[in-house]
Ligand binder design. Structure first.
Ligand SMILES: [Zn+2]
Length: 414
């Protein structure tokens, strides 16, 4: 009971910012506090952010023992996390610290530690940002993920009933359970929402639909919105923090009262950047100047919802998936995965599914149905011409279904 009251307290404490100036003052205060009280032997002793090294997942994991403040060794944490994955029992802890594996798309998997205080603060924050108003309605949340976590279960409270749907179980079995439980909030990766939207057997009427864990592509968004006659919201949440959410207008805003985000520009003109994040609230594993491998697209237009938090147009995928090609004059050229994606989906309405892998011998294009190969070929040739890049060799294959537990990456640089 005490715990639930603390979540409510955390929920009520989340302020509302009416001006950019007030937000800046708050950020400066929180940043200073974070830098001066990190309590690790890894980060420097300084009040200035510039004195802190910019790190990434690899560096973070290599220095796991020095970065965490709860005296947990990497091997120990890893064993506990693997055991949870295998047993599908995600309640394991070391002392009072919850341990989880990040669902990273690349080989290096991250381990995250969450203390009870952090989990309370997280639950309060996510409820504040995502619950439909008025707040005091009863809600049943259906949450589809590859792994549950104590963190997610922490939103269970007086008014909220949280149910975890394991992606290892076939979707057909879940549909029955969904029809029975009638969730009011449906949270799932974009490809699962898409499958649910296409099901004739599904008879649910959620009040809010939230896409998580994967890039939400415009076509999927439209399909899901039409099926459930409502906006699809998004949460941009990763192991390293809860970074962005959609407002009531359906636009993505960075959670600037939780994380300080520096932009490493990939291409300033188009607004593409990688976020370097410093989380004000993570204490068991302080996250300071941690660079994520994601491509975000900045949007400078103020939002009609009135939020002063910076807007992003979209989350576009991973930096690793930018295609390394050559311009016609033999210079290195970066081709954004989104360009390939758009060329393919606009090639023909008949393209149902696709996947693209850029390898040494050219582009491997997996299509469903394979009969769309000619139009896709033409569309890509046009793209090469527009971008002034060397023509890539195409290898067409029939699209094969991927496991739902795998994070979807439509375009991959291998
Ligand atoms: Zn907004």
């Amino acid at each position: 009971m005490l715990r639930k009251l603390r979540i409510v307290k955390a929920f009520l404490r989340i302020g509302h910012f009416t001006s950019k100036e007030k937000l800046a003052v708050y950020q400066a205060k929180m940043l200073r506090k974070r830098l001066t009280t990190h309590g690790t032997s890894f980060y420097p002793d300084s009040e200035n952010l510039e004195d802190f090294p910019i790190i990434n997942k690899q560096i973070f994991m290599d220095n796991f023992d020095q970065i965490n403040t709860v005296d947990i060794k990497k091997d120990e944490a890893y064993n506990v996390a693997i055991q949870s994955e295998e047993s599908r029992d995600f309640s394991s802890k070391i002392g009072e610290i919850s341990v989880g594996l990040s669902s990273g798309t690349s080989g290096s998997r991250g381990i995250f530690l969450v203390s009870p205080e952090e989990s309370i603060a997280w639950a309060g924050y996510i409820l504040k940002r995502m619950l439909p108003t008025p707040y005091l309605q009863q809600h049943k949340i259906a949450f589809f993920l590859r792994a549950n976590s104590n963190l997610y279960e922490s939103v269970n409270s007086f008014v909220i009933k949280f149910t975890f749907y394991d992606l290892l179980i076939p979707i057909e079995e879940h549909i029955e359970r969904l029809n029975k439980t009638q969730p009011t909030i449906l949270i799932a990766p974009a490809q699962v929402l898409r499958l649910l939207a296409q099901s004739d057997r599904l008879k649910i009427h959620p009040k809010k639909i939230i896409s998580v864990a994967e890039v939400l592509e415009r076509e999927d968004e439209v399909l899901i919105e039409e099926r459930f006659t409502q906006k699809v919201h998004q949460i941009y949440q990763c192991t390293e923090g809860f970074l962005a959410h959609t407002c009531k207008e359906g636009h993505l805003h960075l959670n600037e009262d939780r994380v300080y985000i520096e932009k490493e520009w990939i291409d300033k003109e188009s607004g593409r950047f990688s976020p370097i994040i410093t989380d004000f609230y993570r204490t068991s594993q302080p996250i300071i100047r941690y660079k994520l491998d994601d491509i975000l697209v900045y949007d400078a237009t103020p939002c009609t919802c009135g939020s002063v938090f910076a807007r992003i147009q979209k989350i576009e995928g991973r930096c690793d998936d930018i295609l390394k090609v050559h311009s016609v004059d033999k210079k290195e050229y970066h081709l954004y995965p989104d360009f390939i994606r758009r060329a393919i989906i606009t090639a023909s309405e008949k393209v149902e599914e696709y996947r693209v892998e850029h390898k040494e011998d050219g582009l491997h294009i997996y299509l469903q149905p394979l009969s769309t190969e000619k139009v896709v070929d033409v569309a890509l040739q046009k793209l090469y011409q527009e971008q002034n890049i060397e023509v890539l060799t195409h290898h067409f294959h029939l699209y094969e279904k991927e496991l739902l537990t795998q994070k979807r990456r439509r375009v991959k640089q291998l």
